[in-house]
Design a protein around this ligand. Sequence first.
Ligand SMILES: Cc1ncc(COP(=O)(O)O)c(C=O)c1O
Length: 325
Amino acid sequence: MPRFPLLAGPTPYEAAPHLAAALGLGRLHVKREDLSGAALGGNKIRSIELILGAARAAGADTVLTTAASQSNFCRALAGCAARAGMGCRLLLRRAGGMEETGNLLLMRLFGAEIAWTDATDPWDPAITAELDAMADAVRAEGGVPFVVQLPGETAALAASAWALAAEELVEDFDRAGSAPDLLALACGSGLTLAGLALGFAELGLPVRLLGVSVQQPVSRLRPWVEEVVGRTAALLGWDAAGAMDRVTITDDRIAPGYAKPSPDGLDALRLAARTEGLALDPSYTAKAMAGLAGAVGGLVPRRGAAAFLHSGGTPTLFQQAAALR
Ligand SMILES: Cc1ncc(COP(=O)(O)O)c(C=O)c1O
């Protein structure tokens, strides 16, 4: 697959003994994908390596995408596009707030052109139509657009990066002495979870995956993740059979809503900060850590071994300063 290199190397896999003890775990490791380097990092950088690889292979000079106004993905794409010498146009959902702080501030700083939509649901077909019109505008100006639709056509490509990352995690587990019983991660579009589920199945890794939804109900997310597993397997020429068997998805940490901090999420955020000096973000990783805390004694035994994917999102920590105070 064509790849535009952005990661400097494998991301760290760090022991977090104080947080493990506070959660009642025997062992906890944190996969530091927040340190994935480019454009302030996060779990989308691996996917963007393949997205920009595909865009360049298609002869594109401008990438376009759409998400919420504080999207980590849009921030990362804007920064990585700058690094690739490409233009970036973003269609952002106004409902997420228009104040230029956090990721939105960074999108501007990275030089992205920003347009606004009134649609509130990422799956609203109106958004696709608006994005297509923006791509037409690039063509009319003589450019070559590449449209990135994470909940659509680009899903399998983005998830492939995480299927391929499973090999890196096997090396992490080997160095740590053994694989964890459970790996917990935040789930937005579910592409990271889908990729990992496929990659773990391909490598025969007996690790349960806990996807903590921060946006969608399980009834919508699980069939979608399953569909992406199938599409990604087809793209990679792998076998999707059994990939969902070790996947658990919960939606009990979403309240009070997407990108809105929750009391138990903020407790988890404070705990990680004070036990390990680890900065989580209120929208994704704090809720995922709360989900992991709730899984101890259930999906992972007390004194058992767990891993946590720190998927980034740090800019929203500052954007949500008022809630934290
Ligand atoms: C910080 C952070 N963590 C987790 C996720 C969820 O990843 P995915 O969309 O692959 O489910 C996102 C998605 O935007 C994110 O920004």
